[in-house]
Ligand binder design. Structure first.
Ligand SMILES: Cc1ncc(COP(=O)(O)O)c(C=O)c1O
Length: 438
């Protein structure tokens, strides 16, 4: 195709998109058709004008193995030629069992039962239903949930009510009572050990001491993603685990973003001992973002509780495409790659390198904080305008970054875990240049 016709073709694609596509989460004044991509390979993507980018957004923070990975492509194609799917509410298929067993193999013994869904939000909906049912099965119903005000667990009605982030507000009364915990320190200071005590005091207050009003569950991310790329103080999850044990509250961990190697461990809670959840919700990286899937992995006794459920006799929850066979096949291939190349370790090593390259940004006077966990690096700017400029200049320089946080100050680099050292160095160079461009 000659240059003129490819320019016209790209213009046509953008025009069609602007006329017909309702972009998720997007204010109407913003133009997503500007950033229209045609193909990708490894940690890079190309837009419809032929410009190349390092994708430090990993698609939707989901492409842990990057784009067009030959082994992922082959696994999905292989499954497609056998059986695209069979409904798990009326039957089963082999990839579902293999995947559920495989997820459990990375977790302690009790966490051995997985319900498949199609997204993180659906996973959280299910987790809340399971938590409520658990307390009903014990004969002392509870319904209240404790969560971070800055937490984010999804965009469905129930999930939205778990968050107090301004853009996640909803138009209806919350479907269940929620106590939101505010951060006792600024995002840049929360990772310090001295933040643990005030944070735990805030959670203890939120739990309360009225035996008739204890929470059914506490829902937290080990690293606050949408809330601003915030790291929590060491010891937080084990302390929360102990508080849950004392009060009979279920610990529901949202590892929708942090799961599957991203933070330098298979799951982020595995950075600390004695932090295992009762319910673990994962999605994004599970299938490398190839085919939608989410997993709700629970302790077996929660599953067995439904055997005696006098009303339902089982969890009456699911979706047409829950545990889609193509998604399970993609997920099994993703986990094979994570294991074969020890990508969690790679994330730790390359993340440390990226953080080392970017940490000096904090002394330029333009950056408020630089922090990181595995292959998540956050550059926090002093003003939202500066963050907007940094993301725009980075894009001009061939680097895709993501904004997070209600103030729009956190700029996040989270490339595919399959990126190499050269890719990390180019990413860091482009980010430095983008900041200098301002
Ligand atoms: C920590 C966290 N929880 C939940 C969700 C919701 O997942 P989904 O968009 O797949 O519904 C997200 C998505 O960004 C997330 O980052």
């Amino acid at each position: 195709m000659d240059l003129d016709s490819s320019i016209m073709r790209a213009a046509g694609m953008r025009e069609r998109d602007r006329r017909h596509v309702w972009h998720t989460w997007t204010p109407l004044r913003e133009d997503r058709a500007q950033a229209m991509f045609s193909h990708g390979e490894g940690y890079r993507v190309w837009d419809v004008d032929g410009k190349e980018y390092i994708d430090a957004t990993s698609c939707a923070l989901s492409a842990v193995c990057g784009y067009r990975h030959p082994e992922l492509d082959a696994a999905v194609e292989r499954q497609l030629r056998r059986l695209h799917h069979f409904d798990l509410s009326t039957g089963s298929h082999e990839p579902a069992g293999l995947l559920a067993e495989r997820i459990s193999s990375y977790l302690p013994d009790g966490l051995s039962r997985t319900l498949f869904v199609n997204s993180g939000s659906e996973g959280f909906e299910a987790a809340m239903m399971i938590a409520a049912a658990h307390h009903a099965h014990l004969g002392r119903p509870r319904s209240r949930v404790v969560s971070f005000a800055r937490g984010y667990h999804g965009s469905t009605l129930l999930c939205r009510s778990l968050s107090a982030l301004p853009r996640v507000g909803h138009l209806f009364e919350p479907p269940l009572p929620v106590t939101h915990v505010e951060l006792p320190a600024a995002p840049a200071r929360l990772r310090r050990p001295d933040a643990l005590q005030p944070l735990m005091r805030a959670f203890e207050r939120a739990f309360g001491d009225d035996p008739g009003d204890l929470p059914m569950a506490v829902a937290v991310e080990p690293f606050l993603n949408v809330g601003g790329g915030i790291m929590l103080p060491p010891g937080f999850l084990p302390a929360l685990r102990r508080l849950c044990d004392r009060t009979g509250t279920l610990l529901v961990l949202d590892e929708i973003f942090t799961g599957y190697g991203r933070t330098g461990r298979m799951f982020a809670h595995q950075h600390e001992p004695a932090a295992e959840p009762d319910i673990l919700v994962t999605s994004k990286g599970l299938s490398g973002g190839y085919v939608p899937i989410g997993a709700v992995t629970v302790k077996e006794h929660l599953h067995q509780g439904f055997r005696h459920d006098p009303v339902l006799g089982g969890l009456r929850y699911g979706h047409t495409n829950s545990g889609h066979a193509l998604a399970c096949a993609a997920a099994l291939a993703t986990l094979d790659l994570l294991d074969k190349h020890d990508l969690p370790h790679q994330a730790e090593v390359l993340g440390a390198r990226l953080l080392e390259r970017l940490a000096p940004l904090a002394s330029t006077g333009r950056v408020a904080d630089v922090r990181g966990l595995g292959l998540i690096t956050v550059v926090e700017l002093a003003t939202p305008e500066a963050a907007t400029r940094l993301v725009a200049q980075a894009r001009r320089r061939g680097l895709l970054l993501r904004r997070q946080g209600p103030e729009g100050l956190a700029v996040m680099a989270a490339p595919p875990l399959t990126i190499d050292q050269q890719g990390i160095d180019t990413l860091a160079d482009r980010l430095w240049l983008a900041l200098a461009d301002q």
